[in-house]
Design a protein around this ligand. Structure first.
Ligand SMILES: Cc1cc2nc3c(=O)[nH]c(=O)nc-3n(C[C@H](O)[C@H](O)[C@H](O)COP(=O)(O)O)c2cc1C
Length: 270
């Protein structure tokens, strides 16, 4: 499967078949994770954890004890960097037939952070279970999906704009970036809020975060910036698949924007 097919086929999996994934496969995923570059080259340390042996609990997940988690230094752009890198790892795991779910909230966080040996100034933004999807979703899983309308996404023209926020971009006018923006649209996000917005200006796409209420922690950590990192990952993967080069820039174009929307990063297409 190519990356756009993986993005289209991925969904959060919370019910697994009970069989432990092969150790070689988990080692392979760890090796892949270690090779993933983040836009700012922020280093991330990855570990595979065993929930049974390490006494970790993640109440929404059934049928697997294997988890992957990453930790990095809490600094500027750490959220986007983590989102970008972990989504690459997620898509790689999906390509190997495994199910995954981004988990930031519904876990025994202190236990996972102990297992990750989280140091001063470090953050473990999210974890994901790894395992073979069960043949049938648990009732809890289907109810959770309904609760966040996990199978639907906002329309293209509500998320993407041409030249400025006052001109919605429709798929038929999106030309070269249509498929990549569609991949952004399909990305997973915390409680399916889809906080990414993008303005296409010539060969550059400026990405923004539409900030929802209650997503920024007291220490400033903003989980929705992780979501925008996932969106950037999908955009870059889709452009790479079309043989196009992408260059990250932090060059706020100072476009007028809605009050709840903040600039994150730009991608120039080569
Ligand atoms: C940053 C992030 C954090 C998330 N945290 C949780 C979580 O704590 N528990 C959970 O069950 N799902 C969590 N999710 C999964 C989302 O609910 C899910 O991606 C969204 O509803 C869309 O569904 P889909 O992944 O099946 O497309 C998280 C997703 C992201 C991207």
């Amino acid at each position: 499967m190519n990356t756009t097919e993986l993005i289209r086929s991925r969904r959060s999996v919370r019910s697994f078949d009970g069989a432990a994934p092969d150790k070689e496969l988990l080692d392979d995923i760890l090796r892949y994770a270690a090779s993933v570059e983040t836009p700012d080259s922020l280093p991330i340390e990855w570990r595979v954890l065993d929930a049974k042996a390490q006494k970790l609990s993640c109440p929404v997940i059934t049928g697997t004890d294997s988890y992957i988690a990453g930790k990095l230094r809490r600094e500027m752009h750490a959220e986007e960097a983590f989102g970008f890198a972990f989504e690459r790892v997620v898509l790689y795991a999906v390509s190997k037939g495994l199910g995954t779910t981004w988990i930031a909230g519904t876990l025994d966080r202190p236990a996972f952070e102990r297992a990750m040996e989280l140091g001063e100034g470090e953050v473990m933004p999210c974890v994901s279970p790894l395992g073979r999807p069960a043949a049938k979703m648990s009732l809890r899983e289907s109810m959770m999906r309904k609760g966040v309308k996990a199978d639907s996404r906002l329309p293209f023209e509500e998320l993407f704009f041409c030249g400025g926020f006052d001109t919605p971009l429709t798929p038929d006018k999106a030309g070269d970036v249509k498929e990549a923006l569609e991949m952004v649209r399909l990305a997973p996000s915390a409680v399916n809020k889809q906080p990414w917005r993008a303005v296409v200006c010539g060969d550059t796409v400026h990405f923004y975060e539409k900030q929802g209420k209650g997503f920024v922690a007291a220490n400033g950590w903003d989980i929705q910036k992780v979501d925008v990192g996932i969106a950037l990952c999908h955009f870059v993967c889709a452009m790479e698949e079309r043989g196009r080069k992408t260059v990250f820039t932090l060059a706020d174009p100072s476009l007028p924007h809605p009050a709840d929307t903040v600039y994150i990063a730009s991608i120039q297409i080569g």
